[in-house]
Design a binder for this molecule. Structure first.
Ligand code: AQP
Length: 328
């Protein structure tokens, strides 16, 4: 049987955090051995919000470096910068002509960002169409993402069906791979909203390159309720439930076992244990990060772009053929 393809992307917006890692990146690494895997630094997505070009150049390389440190292996996965493969944008345009604006108007991520004061622009509005193109371009079957991307993936599936109905069976209908725990890691400053790169409060997130001391401090100051019992209850105890999920994913212990062990031990002891688990999980990433040099990264990304472009060109021809645009 032909190997199935997995695709996912990370925005180079700095501050890669525990939510990105436990919600998505950890699965990217695991899937490399059993799937044809395609991963990219989605730099075109990142310019939908205000940015500084010089800082951005650094952030792109930094994102690639972090992904390599996390365990993306360029010998196993196709790994590149989205903007270096122009077929993403061409397919986005074609899919955009099939996307009702009423569907885009319902996208909660867009509405949230605009409500937070981020200027509404066409790129931000049509972000989910580009995301659909990223996924469908490589005929991906599986997309490892966090829960916040669920709605965009649903739209991708609808677009694939719409395209296939109109032009013939071209795209597989991709499935989301969303982890059972830590699908939505919550902010340490406000456990009712998700941990996010763009939150101005640095204490709201643990970065995957934070030093052990900083990780411990942030976890110890994570907002929790005043009742000292450690138990899982997302509504009544969102802060503690978030920490339980994080610890469960990092240690492989079930939440029930963790509750049995720490239920009566008080928040201080429990938070120390969570910090130990997170520090142990992140230690190999910090160490791999220090071994990587920029020239090697540039070489990997150049090779990735060439390979990705070659592959994307093949898929592009099919799309051009069936849509009447004629192959290049
Ligand atoms: N808090 C989270 N919990 C679980 N998964 C998460 N992801 C993001 N936040 C969490 C997942 O990480 C992957 C890469 O995300 P992205 O770079 O596309 O950024 P994003 O989804 O917009 O989320 P960020 O990093 O927090 O940025 P902002 O500040 O813009 O909201 C995705 O698979 C995502 O689901």
């Amino acid at each position: 049987m032909e190997r199935q393809t997995v695709f996912s992307g990370l925005q180079p917006t700095g501050n890669v955090h525990l939510g990105n890692y436990l919600g998505a990146l950890r699965n990217w690494v695991k899937l490399q051995d059993s799937y044809d895997s395609v991963y990219c630094v989605v730099d075109l997505h990142a310019i939908t919000v205000d940015y500084d070009p010089q800082q951005f150049e650094q952030d792109r390389i930094e994102a690639a470096k972090v992904l390599l440190a996390v365990g993306i292996d360029p010998d196993k996965s196709l790994f590149y910068f989205q903007s270096q493969v122009p077929q993403h944008s061409e397919l986005a345009w074609i899919l955009g002509t099939m996307t009702p604006t009423g569907v885009l108007n319902r996208m909660t991520q867009y509405k949230d960002k605009v409500a937070r004061g981020i200027p509404a622009n066409l790129g931000l509005y049509s972000y989910p169409v580009l995301m659909a193109a990223d996924i469908l371009l490589y005929h991906a079957n599986l997309v490892p993402i966090g829960d916040d991307q669920r709605q965009h993936l649903e739209m991708t599936r609808d677009l694939a069906e719409r395209f296939n109905n109109r032009f013939g069976e071209v795209f597989p209908i991709p499935d989301a791979l969303i982890p059972e725990t830590t699908a939505r890691v919550m902010s340490f400053a406000d456990p009712t909203s998700k941990m996010s790169k763009s939150d101005p409060n640095e204490k709201s997130r643990v970065l995957i390159l934070d030093s052990p001391d900083v990780v411990r401090k942030k976890i110890k100051s994570a907002m929790t309720d005043s009742d000292p019992e450690v138990r899982f209850d997302r509504d009544e105890k969102p802060g503690i439930s978030n920490l339980l999920e994080i610890m469960s994913t990092c240690t492989g212990e079930s939440i029930d076992n963790l509750v049995a062990e720490y239920g009566g031990s008080g928040y201080g002891v429990f938070k120390e244990a969570v910090a130990d688990a997170v520090i142990a999980e992140l230690a190999p990433i910090r160490s791999a990060y220090t071994q990587l040099d920029d020239e090697e990264i540039a070489r990997i990304m150049r090779r990735g772009a060439l390979d990705a472009r070659t592959r994307a060109e093949g898929f592009q021809q099919t799309v051009r053929q069936v849509t009447g645009l004629a192959p290049v």
